[in-house]
Design a protein around this ligand. Structure first.
Ligand code: DX5
Ligand code: ZN
Length: 229
């Protein structure tokens, strides 16, 4: 497939993963229904422990509750220290894909193979300042690479522009070493930059504020976010 054709194909077929971090937590089931009605298939779930990142969000109990309300693919992003200790809890709670941070464990290969044994898809994420080369020895083991385009910890931050060249470099590596692996991009994505993120090689786009914190309902926000692609 020519490079341009592959690019066009990706732009048409990308996966949008709304991040519930920006949703109204008093009405999670309703917010999930709203994104489902817009045709969304994935839900991005940000787990933060107040140690790996300076914010605390949600844990397995909440994931378990929303699991009963939807069949969306649960894309769980673990921003926690000691992920080994909690992996099985997040699997049991109903995650379909679990992404660990490259910077969060000394035994990433063990973690990834354990996740696979539990029957979930497994990924690695890297913070904006972590060198792309650190991914290389893990690429063959991954279902997804989650490229952070903001410092992890909070929704609603501005997209770091240099992420585009990082995504491009990761696209090249993946095409060579593990073409089945997806590239997801997380942080600061809105209707003005989504097209460039897809053009450099993203397969999955995570969006929090631009879906849940717009002045319109999430379904309409999704329509606006994706209308210029
Ligand atoms: C940040 C989280 C992101 C965040 C994205 O640490 O990993 O998933 O919720 O939110 P926006 O799209 O608002 O930057
Ligand atoms: Zn995230």
């Amino acid at each position: 497939m020519s490079n341009n054709y592959a690019k066009l194909n990706r732009m048409k077929k990308f996966i949008l993963a709304p991040s519930i971090l920006s949703a109204d937590f008093s009405n999670l089931a309703g917010q999930i229904k709203s994104v489902e009605s817009a045709g969304v298939k994935w839900l991005h779930i940000d787990v933060m422990d107040g140690h790996f990142v300076p914010n605390i969000t949600l844990g397995p109990a909440i994931i378990n509750s929303i699991r009963k309300k939807t069949k969306l693919v649960f894309d769980t992003h673990l921003m926690i220290e000691n992920p080994e200790k909690y992996l099985s809890d997040f699997v049991k709670a109903g995650s379909d894909c679990i992404t660990f941070h490259l910077e969060s464990s000394k035994n990433l290969k063990g973690l990834l193979s354990k996740a696979k044994k539990y029957g979930v898809k497994a990924g690695l994420s890297l913070k904006p300042k972590t060198p792309v080369a650190k991914l290389i020895s893990y690429l063959k083991l991954l279902d997804i690479v989650l490229v952070m385009s903001v410092e992890p910890g909070f929704g609603g931050q501005g997209f770091i522009h240099s992420s585009l060249s990082r995504i491009k470099a990761i696209r090249k590596l993946i095409d060579k070493k593990n073409p089945g692996c997806l590239i997801s991009v997380d942080g600061g994505i809105n209707k003005n930059n989504i097209k460039s993120v897809l053009a450099v090689g993203a397969d999955v786009v995570v969006a929090g504020n631009s879906v849940f914190k717009d002045s319109v309902q999430p379904a309409e926000a999704i329509r606006r976010l994706t209308s210029k692609i």
